[in-house]
Design a protein around this ligand. Structure first.
Ligand code: IDC
Length: 521
């Protein structure tokens, strides 16, 4: 247990009632994202519950409560206050220490019991506990979608807090500067700031794990095609270019080559590149009348598409699109032969990525099926394509990336694919991505749609926007399903669109207009 410097005997109402039993609060459920932090802070004597024994994690924290707890964290002694409010002494000391200005929380008390804004809370915390920390304006302000709503007097501490990793935006990347914060959220802030400031003493045992994973996020990502970025490499969880700079690939996936191969011709690929994509995915169904039924003709279509993508300066994924054949092991020999041939042909091209199993599904497991499959196919690719990026799926239609992260493959330049459909999948799957990144496994969204998971319904553009913002912030690459004119909402082209001429906005479906607008930054 860490021990924090605390003021002995300070009697602070509500949040800080001393002498309360340190047993878990009945309203702090174990396993919630804040439970560990609350327990740690409570055990350290920083926080206590209300007299009725509750902690009230969802209640807004007031200015007085926030300042009083911060004072405890920082070891700031109270001085005589101007009112008989329970926290007047702490507030007066904090004001004199310069943690905030007179007008922000007037010492006359009228705002003491009002919810404190997030921007002011962060300022107080940073000044009290981490006064030396600075954040680079360009890098940090870009992390806040709503940076324009932040008042100028809070720039410095809020940018510093972002730089230190103390605050992260909400799911949309907003900081919400004027909003209040809950007692649970505040508790996480205190805990993080305490850890960073070293205000704690003792420390013989390691600090408990942060309940919110620290997710690697690049501050900047390169764009552009193959000629600009060269060979790709995976560093940590991030896809990088030849120079080691974070890079993001965004583009389209074809529909099945056996059905809509016409939109994988050179003109359609060039059109996609002209709209700003730097990635193209060639989805070669194995079943459903695809490669396993007509290997020679389908393979030729695939190679023509890959060649055309390379000509258009795009990165290109060769996708072994298992779907009805849910277990990749059922055709592992065919996969080895196919990828051996592809690697022999493209192994010296920096443009080509190999996706070895689109979506394992049905009665398959990572340990029993997908991992052994990957361990059989990857070496075959590596013989001829020693440094190309290889993308690996996981059970449940490439959603079980956490299984892969728990038992990762050995080797360089490997990434795990995550597939989502905006009308079906949401915050839970995004959270899984964060967990997996925090565990050190690289993620590539090689297929996603604006529709439901059946390729239809919607379109769900608001949800899709949330997803793409999330991916952008983490520097995650993506390919959208799909470049075809089929009468399903996920199709990017309006029915009847010619694969042989340029495409205007009118040729794009509602989904296509949205997706194409997100290729470039
Ligand atoms: C869908 C197509 C649809 C086709 C169906 C079966 O959109 O026209 O009839 O496959 O072949 C996936 C798969 C992808 C699916 C897509 C939408 O990788 O092949 O395409 N989807 O259902 N995973 C989740 C969704």
């Amino acid at each position: 247990m860490r021990k924090f410097k605390i003021l002995a005997g300070a009697c602070l109402c509500a949040l800080l009632l001393t002498g309360t039993a340190s047993a878990a609060f009945p309203d702090v459920r174990p396993g919630t994202w804040y439970a560990e932090a609350v327990t740690e802070m409570e055990e350290a004597g920083i926080l206590h519950g209300y007299p009725d024994g509750t902690f009230r994690p969802g209640a807004s924290i007031t200015a007085a409560q926030f300042v009083a707890v911060t004072a405890r964290c920082a070891g700031l002694s109270p001085v005589p206050g101007q009112t008989d409010h329970w926290a007047a002494g702490q507030l007066q000391a904090a004001l004199q220490a310069g943690w905030y200005d007179w007008d922000e929380i007037p010492p006359t008390g009228e705002r003491f019991d009002k919810p404190i804004s997030r921007q002011l809370a962060v300022k107080i915390l940073m000044r009290a506990l981490l006064p030396e920390v600075r954040g680079d304006y360009n890098t940090e302000s870009r992390k806040m979608q709503d940076f324009s709503r932040l008042e100028g007097r809070y720039y410095e501490p809020v940018l510093a807090a972002y730089a230190a990793g103390i605050v992260k935006g909400d799911d949309q990347g907003n900081f919400n500067p004027q909003k209040g914060l809950t007692r649970a959220e505040a508790c996480i802030l205190f805990q993080k700031a305490m850890k960073l400031s070293g205000a704690g003493e003792g420390g013989n045992t390691p600090a408990p794990e942060d309940p919110r994973p620290q997710v690697p996020q690049p501050s900047e990502t390169a764009r552009g095609g193959v000629s600009e970025n060269g060979w790709l490499q995976v560093k940590g969880t991030q896809l990088c270019n030849e120079r080691g700079e974070a890079v993001v690939l965004r583009g389209m996936s074809t529909h099945g080559m056996q059905w809509y191969g016409q939109y994988a011709n050179s003109r359609s690929i060039r059109n996609t590149a002209d709209w700003g994509a730097n990635l193209f995915r060639v989805a070669m169904y194995t079943g459903e009348g695809g490669y396993l039924s007509s290997p020679d003709s389908i393979k030729k279509k695939v190679m023509d598409a890959v060649d055309a993508a390379i000509t258009s300066d795009l990165y290109v994924i060769i996708d072994w699109h298992i779907l009805s054949d849910g277990n990749p092991m059922s055709h592992v020999e065919e996969a080895k032969a196919f990828f051996s041939e592809m690697a022999a042909r493209y192994g010296d091209s920096p443009a080509v990525l190999y996706e070895i199993c689109n979506e394992p599904n049905g009665n398959v497991t990572w340990e029993g099926d997908v991992k052994p499959y990957a361990q059989a196919v990857i070496p075959v690719i590596r013989e001829r394509a020693p440094k190309s990026v290889i993308l690996v799926g996981s059970p449940t239609w490439s959603q079980d990336i956490h299984m892969a992260a728990r038992s990762p493959l050995e080797g360089e330049n490997l990434m795990y694919t995550l597939h989502f459909y905006a009308g079906t999948h949401g915050a839970d799957l995004r959270r899984r991505i964060d967990d997996v990144l925090a565990a050190g496994a690289p993620v590539f969204v090689s297929e996603w749609g604006t529709s439901r998971a059946d390729g239809s319904g919607g379109v769900f553009l608001k949800e899709a926007g949330e997803w793409l913002d999330f991916l952008d912030r983490r520097g995650i690459s993506w390919a959208n399903w799909s470049l075809c004119d089929k009468g399903e909402t996920s199709a990017a082209l309006r029915p009847g669109t010619s694969p042989n001429s340029a495409w205007s906005r009118e040729n794009l479906s509602e989904s296509g207009q949205f997706v194409f607008s997100r290729f470039a930054d």
